[in-house]
Design a protein around this ligand. Sequence first.
Ligand code: KE4
Length: 425
Amino acid sequence: MPTLSSQLFARALNRIPGGVNSPVRVFRGLDREPFFIDRAEGARIWDVDGNEYIDYVGSWGPAILGHAPRVVIAAIRETAARGVSFGIPNPLEVEMAELICQWVPSIEKVRMVNSGTEATMSCIRLARGFTGRDKIIKFDGCYHGHVDALLVQAGSGALTHGRADSAGVPADFAALTISLPFNDIEAVRAAFRENAKTIAAVILEPIPANAGLYFPRGNFLELLREECTRNGALLIFDEVMTGFRLARGGAQELYGARPDLTALGKVIGGGLPVGAFGGRAEIMQQLSPEGPVYQAGTLSGNPLAMAAGLAQLRELERIDGWKLLETAGARFEEAARATLRDLNAPCTFHRVGSMFCLFFTPDAVIDLATAKRSDIKKFATFFRGCLDRGVYFAPSQFESGFLSIAHQDSDLDATLRVMRQSLTL
Ligand code: KE4
């Protein structure tokens, strides 16, 4: 008897491309069909066939408090009772803007949008409008959403599905995007020399998490800041994933960095569709209706996403969630590393705060090229082993895992037991 998930997937394939509304959900290369979710609470999810999993995807980042946190659900219910969307300024978007600017000092003005893609797309257009320049530097393996200008050597689903560049992006567009190896400051300097006064911005995930998770080496971020300032280009941090997750002020707080623009998303919506972008006031003033750079959105700043996001962020601050997540993350990392040592497993484990990644390569992972040395087949066996034992990790080697406030020590201990079994399959 086919499972309910497989019946739903068969129907989905009839009417939805690939059966999914986002490619990374399709379990590509994992020799499994995706399951369909029924409900979620805390650190756990249940599929439509009643199978329970400890969840380390967390809706790809938003579920930092765990699923269906009481404060968020209450805020949505209460706000929805007064109307769902107005297209008229509402008090909650003012509160959200004030909170973002207070928590992220580099952001003097901010505008809400409805996805991370919209946030990065708007940053690119704004940088081009502000500088009068057209070219963009990004880094191989960094993923910034499905923006034409940034689907060049992109990570996440583009990488998982083996198409780091996308069809449908005109060659003339792609030619304006220069993609370089992450951590290679000499390549950045050479690109600025070879494209003098034509580069509008450098955009990056300050801690890349869409080709698996790896880190800026040495003072790479500081040198990027210097090169952008020296060459009159804007520095854009894509903190859609790291923002409000790794620290109250995101990765830029951890590294003491000061980008010109920041893209945000995920956590600030409490699970509802959201994005935001902000930065120096003199740049943001270029946006319509004050300036010549047009950007707009029917549902931007909608009260439900604002209420959910504010409730989540304020709860994070109330409980000092970042400290709790660091404690849990360190505990998980220590036990995971001990397991890998004990099994002499050919793996590399990376973690920062509540974000982690297990690469199936013994080599150091510092950029996309080294991440791609991972043994995808071993990852697939590990993923299936964990799934069959009730642990759901991101369905791709080129993604990151997320802990939430809701993950208890007992969940982590159970997960580590499952990891140990799945690493020896
Ligand atoms: P969205 O448009 O999917 O809301 O955000 C795009 C985006 C931008 N920047 C970063 C750093 C991101 O990680 C993302 C989206 N992340 C992926 C997971 N790696 C979303 C999952 C999906 O594509 O279904």
